[in-house]
Design a binder for this molecule. Structure first.
Ligand SMILES: Nc1ncnc2c1ncn2[C@@H]1O[C@H](COP(=O)(O)OP(=O)(O)O)[C@@H](O)[C@H]1O
Ligand SMILES: [Mg+2]
Length: 258
C-alpha cells in the first residue's frame, strides 16, 4: 500500500516541553486515519509540523514516499498537496463564503497567485472555471445557499463546513482535519461523518483529529493514539477501543483499577 505521509522519529520540543517524542506514523493512500489522544497529547502539533508551521526538532516527514517536508514553507506544502483545517476556525471574515474557496484555488491557478499579487488581470476563462469549482465545493459541503454571505456572518457550523470546502479548494491529495466536529450536536456529527466518508470516496486521503469516539469508530480505517507526545497505539478502531493503555490514557486510571 502506498504511504501518502510518513513521520519518521519525529520529536518536537518547545523549550522544555516535548510535544512529540520520537513519533513514527504513516497514512496510507485512500484511508481515513484517526489521530486521537487526551488534550495536550500532541495531535495538533502533528498537523503543525506536517504543514510547516513548526520545524521538527528531530526526525523526518516524508510525503508520497520521497519528498521531505522538513524545512519547506507552508505554501510549498500546500502546493505539494496537503491542506488542513484548524481546531479554531480560521476564515477570511470579510470575504464571502464563495470568495474564501476561490482564493484557496489560487495556489493551483497559473495566473492566479502571483498575478493577483501584482494586480494583473486573470484570464476570464480561468476565473469562471475557478468560480464554478468553488461553487461545486460549497454545494458538496451543503452550504451553497450561503455562498454570498460574509465569512464572519455565517453560523458556526457553516463556518466549519466552509473551512473544509476551502481546504478542498486547494486540490489537496491529503486533507488534515483538526476536530471538525467540535461544537456540533449529534445529528450534525452524523452528517459530518457522512461527508468525510464522501470526501474519502472522492479520492482524498484523510488524517482526522477527533474526540468523539462514536464518530471515529464509525468512519476510520485505522486509529493512532498519542499520549504525552508518544504513540501508544496504532491499530483498527476495534482493537484500539479495547486497548488497556488507551483506556488508561483517557480515564487516567489503570484499566483494571475500576
Ligand atoms: N507553540 C507552542 N509553544 C509551546 N508549547 C506548545 C506549542 N504548541 C504546542 N505546545 C505544547 O505541546 C503540547 C501538545 O499540544 P497540542 O499538540 O496542541 O495538543 P493536542 O492537540 O493533542 O491537544 C502541549 O503541552 C502544548 O502546550
Ligand atoms: Mg489540538
Amino acid at each position: 500500500m502506498k504511504k501518502v505521509l510518513e513521520l519518521k522519529g519525529v520529536t518536537m520540543q518547545f523549550g522544555g516541553v516535548t510535544a512529540l517524542n520520537d513519533v513514527n506514523l504513516h497514512v496510507n493512500e485512500g484511508e481515513i486515519l484517526a489521530l486521537i489522544g487526551p488534550n495536550g497529547a500532541g495531535k495538533t502539533t502533528v498537523f503543525n509540523v506536517v504543514t510547516g508551521v513548526y520545524k521538527v526538532t528531530k526526525g523526518d516527514i516524508v510525503f508520497n514516499g520521497d519528498v521531505s517536508l522538513v524545512g519547506k514553507k507552508r505554501w510549498q506544502i500546500t502546493e505539494a498537496g496537503i491542506a488542513r483545517t484548524f481546531q479554531n476556525v480560521r476564515l477570511f471574515g470579510e470575504m464571502t463564503a464563495l470568495e474564501n474557496v476561490i482564493t484557496a484555488g489560487d495556489v493551483r491557478s497559473k495566473s492566479g497567485f502571483v498575478g493577483s499579487l501584482f494586480g494583473l488581470p486573470r484570464s476570464r476563462r480561468e476565473e469562471k472555471a475557478n468560480k464554478e469549482k468553488a461553487m461545486e465545493l460549497l454545494k458538496f459541503m451543503g452550504i451553497d445557499h450561503v455562498a454570498h454571505k460574509l465569512g464572519r456572518n455565517l453560523p458556526y457550523g457553516d463556518q466549519r463546513r466552509l473551512e473544509i470546502a476551502r481546504a478542498l479548494g486547494t486540490q489537496p491529495q491529503l486533507l488534515l482535519l483538526d476536530e471538525p466536529a467540535a461544537g456540533f450536536n449529534p445529528s450534525e456529527k452524523v452528517a459530518l461523518a457522512e461527508t468525510i466518508k464522501k470526501i474519502r470516496d472522492a479520492g482524498y486521503t484523510i488524517l482526522l483529529i477527533e474526540h468523539d469516539m462514536s464518530l471515529i469508530m464509525g468512519i476510520s480505517d485505522r486509529v493512532v493514539v498519542l499520549d504525552f507526545g508518544s504513540k501508544i497505539a496504532d491499530d483498527s478502531p476495534q482493537v484500539v477501543q479495547n486497548d488497556p493503555r488507551v483506556i488508561e490514557a483517557y480515564l487516567g486510571v489503570p484499566a483494571d483499577a475500576s
